[in-house]
Ligand binder design. Sequence first.
Ligand SMILES: [Zn+2]
Ligand SMILES: [Zn+2]
Length: 160
Amino acid sequence: MRLSAGAGRRLALDVPIEPLILGSETYTVDPSQVTVELDVSRMTGMGYALRLRFAATLEGPCMRCLQPAAPTIEVEAWEVDRPGGGEELSSPYVREEVLDLAAWTRDAFALAVPVKVLCREDCVGLCPICAADLNVAGPEHRHERAPDPRWAKLGELKLE
Ligand SMILES: [Zn+2]
Ligand SMILES: [Zn+2]
């Protein structure tokens, strides 16, 4: 994409996003072609400041209870590219005034995805003993503990 010179410009562009693999699960992105808002401003002197904004929904299993999860991820990212400005002012997505918007969109989305994808923030997950969904089973779900043999011995002593 050619960046035109001049003051600020706002562009709306459609960019495809591929599914993400998190853990061993595949999470699809809805929409798979997301409309991003790109602000391009020419900095004083040479170079560009870029801002990328979009929102997309990640769809896949909840990492706690395995039920479907579909959190909406809001993304906002910035890049600065200034020729001769050194490493910090050189965007990896800009080459010869051409912006690799697909790569930037994909990376910015991957960075914005939470460490744990959950069906809801307070998902309580599965019972560690029987794998029942505790969101459904409720807080009263519990198992009888096997009696500790040491306490059993103590009980015998008391009985004598
Ligand atoms: Zn869940
Ligand atoms: Zn259980």
